[in-house]
Each structure stands twice: as C-alpha cells, then as structure tokens.
Ligand binder design. Structure first.
Ligand SMILES: *Cc1c(COP(=O)(O)O)cnc(C)c1O
Length: 460
C-alpha cells in the first residue's frame, strides 16, 4: 500500500511563537467581509508535542489513537506518520486508516460488540486484534474471523468519569475464567487484556485498580494455558491545556502500577488507546452570533423592583450540539466562550444563553451565562474543542461540518519530516546517529533518543 501522510500544502505554516490566537485574528480579518461560517483552527504542532510528551512520560507504552474522538484528516494523517496505531470502532473508521496506508498490525478493532459485517471486514483487511467481553462475540468471531487475536475487555469502576462505559462494555472479573475457557473450547486465540476507565477520569487511581485486575486475569489465563502478552490500558488521559498537572499525575500512577503488576521484562507489551489526550487542546472553534432576542428575566419575587438594568438574552449561533458542540451532549460539558471583541469591564452583565441553528429544543449550548450584551455578527471563541466535536456526517442533520484550518510552525514540520524519515527507514540509522540532535533544534531532539519509537511488529 501507498502511505499517504500529510502534505505541506494542507497546513498553514507559521513562524515559531505565532499562536493560534494570532492566526485566528488573521483569519477573522480575512473572513469578516465574506463568510461568517464557523471554523476550527487546529494546531497540529500541539498534537505532535502531545505524542512526543507521551513517549517521554510513559516510554513503555505504545500509543494508539482512538479514532472516534476526532477523525479529521490532519490529525489522523499526522499520527499515522508519527507511527501511532489506531483504535477503530466501525467499518468507516477502519476504512479511513486503511486508506491512508496504516498497516493492519497497527489497527485494533475496539468495539467489544461488533456487527458480523464488521468482523468480516476486519478479516478481509487483515486486521487481527479485536476486543470482546462476552461469549456470543466469541462464537461470532470463531465463525467469521478464526485467525483473530482477541483482547478480553474488563469492566472498570467508571463511576467518577464523565461518561459511564462499564454499563455498556466490559466483563467483570467473575466471568473472565468462563470466557477464557469458552475461547479455548472454540479455538479462539486470546492474546491480552484491555480496559477503558472512561473519558476524563477524575481519579487516576482507577488505573491502579484496573491494572491490578488485569494482572489477576493474566494469571487466570496462565492457569488455563494461555500465554497472553498484550495489555491495553485504554484512554481517559486528560488533554486540555489546564489539565497538564492531572496528566502528569495520571502518568505517574500508571507508571508505578505497571512497575508493580507488569514489571519491565515480564514479556507483556503495553499499549494505550488515547483520544482526548491527543486532540483536546489542539482545536479552537470560532462561531458567529447570527441572531439575538431579549427575553423576560425570571427573577422570582422581584417583579416590582428594578433588577439593576439586568436583562436576559438568547443568542443563536451558527453551530450547535448537532455539529461542533456535540460534546455538550456526549460529555456533559459546558463550553465557555471567549469574546473576540474585548468588552469594556464596566458594562453590565446579563443572563445569556446560546442556541444552535436547529429548531430542536435540545440544541442548547450554554445557559445562564453572565455576559455583557453581544450582537449579531460578533465572534465567539471556544478553546479545547478537539474531542468529540466532529460528528459523522450522518449526525449533522444536513448541516456542514465547520471548516478546519490546520497550522503548525515550519520548525515543527521539519522535525516531523525528520522523525518520519527515521521511522520509515530505521535500518539506515545506527543507534548513535539516532541520538544526534536535529539541526532545527526543536524539542523533538531528546525524545528521538528513545527510538526506535514504535515497532508495531513487536506487539504481535
Ligand atoms: C473512546 C475510547 C477510548 C479513548 O478515550 P479518551 O478518554 O478519549 O482517551 C479508549 N478506549 C476505548 C475502548 C474507547 O471507547
């Protein structure tokens, strides 16, 4: 297969130090005369830095990217070029990564409950790694994809993460022995254990519990004659700029749990399947106010008093929960806008709500915000908008996906080219030269010393 990585012409190259906000100002100057469509600025340098930071913070972990989080072309091609693997939950996702030339041994089919057509498609594409959490799935796989390498997905305590997954996915410890025995009877190979603590997990200690559980199931498997060698610790790492501290804390917890339960040299390959971590902070969304209405202020018991000039406004935006704000429904988040026109600080604040363009009563982005009076044509900026903000076309209710402007500094681009060259032709490098600093001096340098960064073949 031809590998199709990102092309320079897809990216707006900026000077080192030129921020997303600077670029955004330029774009708004350009578009303000013409289109008022919503758009994203996607800082691919941020994605690259996240990848390198992960390799540095958790050098034992081979990163996979959970495609469902954001399947925009720039992100997917960039991560493919950097050697990440991909977690795909649908045929469309698998076809997407196949189309850019990702080899099948870097793809995991991550839905534990798959339609048979998806199992067959994976088989036809040479994708062998798949998760399961029930007996029915094993018999489907035994029939439709007998050479699959299965990963048993454990339930986790997700009561403290923003989306609850265990209700839907994951086998409890109690049923694992039975599932492993059944797989043996059906001649289905089980190569490892996975779990996913859920998105935006509040408590990194959940990783310790789940890694300990996984160790128990590895032992259970060994008693039954299995030689499992893969641990998939799922996602749940935070990705917003403000969550850096929590990322470090999570990485430290994971690192010590691995040292304890799966020490280096134990023969188990550890992978993670990160979504939000990679993309959250890279994307900034810019939307326009298309309409405005003043509505009666509900102030119980204050009808005869002057509420101090306070009013209540409803604003209609040109993007909503069926578009780029789907995270409002998906993750229960309340997006906070940054006003593009800086208001003067002495303006009165009014109760403000923001609505999307559909007529649907659910299409409410935010409610009860205290903001100065805004006007149609004003721009609102939302940061940390990379996760679950690009719904599949079918979910857009006929609306258009907001355009994405990809950006990165030329220096970072050159560093990525060098890194890609090293990943594609590792045989041309001896170990010493892998550690020589890059001529461009970008911070990629010391991470390259952990090369070979990712040798997918070694997972198998
Ligand atoms: C969505 C998902 C992930 C990624 O979750 P993030 O919190 O976005 O990192 C990982 N594993 C599975 C099984 C998932 O469904």
């Amino acid at each position: 297969t031809m590998t199709r990585y990102l092309d320079e012409s897809d990216i707006m190259m900026v000077e080192e130090g030129f921020t997303t906000r600077d670029l955004l100002e330029n774009l708004l100057l350009e578009v303000s005369q013409g289109s008022q469509e919503a758009f994203f600025v996607a800082d691919l340098e941020d994605v690259v830095k996240k990848h390198l930071h992960l390799l540095k913070a958790l050098p034992r972990i081979k990163p996979f990217y959970a495609l469902k989080c954001n399947r925009s072309k720039g992100v997917v091609q960039m991560l493919a070029g950097l050697g990440a693997g991909f977690g795909c939950a649908s045929k469309a996702e698998m076809a997407l990564v196949k189309s850019i030339g990702v080899p099948p041994d870097r793809i995991i089919c991550t839905s534990p409950c798959k339609q048979i057509s998806l199992i067959r498609y994976a088989a036809s594409q040479g994708v062998q790694l798949m998760t399961f959490d029930n007996e029915v799935e094993l018999s489907k796989v035994a029939r439709s994809h007998p050479s699959a390498r299965m990963i048993l997905c454990l339930a986790t305590d997700d009561s403290r993460s923003s989306t609850c997954m265990s209700m839907k996915y994951g086998a409890t410890l109690k049923v694992c022995r039975h599932l492993l025995e059944t797989a043996k009877e059906m001649n289905v190979e089980v190569v490892g254990i996975s779990f996913h603590i859920g998105s935006s997990c509040a408590d990194p200690q959940l990783f310790t519990q789940s890694i300990a559980d996984a160790r128990l199931v590895f032992e259970m498997g060994a008693e039954l004659g299995y030689k499992m060698h893969l641990l998939d610790i799922g996602g749940g790492f935070p990705g917003a700029e403000e969550s850096r501290g929590r990322f470090e804390e999570t990485a430290a917890v994971v690192s010590s749990a691995l040292d304890l339960y799966f020490p280096e040299g134990c023969g188990v390959e550890v992978i993670a399947e990160l979504g939000r971590y990679y993309v959250d902070s890279a994307f900034t969304l810019v939307v326009n106010i298309v309409a405005k209405k003043e509505v009666p202020l509900d102030q119980p018991g204050s009808d005869d008093e002057d509420p101090g000039g306070k009013k209540s406004f409803v604003y209609h935006l040109n993007d909503g929960v069926y578009g780029s704000f789907s995270s409002v429904i998906f993750n229960n988040v309340c997006p906070i806008p940054i006003l593009h026109k800086k208001p003067s600080p002495d303006l009165p604040l009014h109760s403000s709500s923001f609505w999307g363009p559909t007529g649907d009563g659910l299409d409410c982005i935010a409610d009860g915000m205290e903001l100065p009076e805004l006007h149609p044509g004003d721009w609102l900026i939302f940061e940390n908008m990379g996760a679950h903000t690009m719904p599949a076309p079918s979910a857009l209710c006929g609306a258009q996906q907001a355009q994405i402007y990809y950006t990165m500094s030329r220096m970072a681009w050159e560093a990525v080219q060098l890194l890609q060259g090293k990943l594609l032709h590792p045989e041309e490098e001896d170990r010493e030269s892998t550690c020589t600093p890059l001529s461009c001096g970008w911070e990629i340098t010391d991470t390259l010393c952990v090369a070979p960064v990712f040798t997918p073949a070694s997972i198998m």
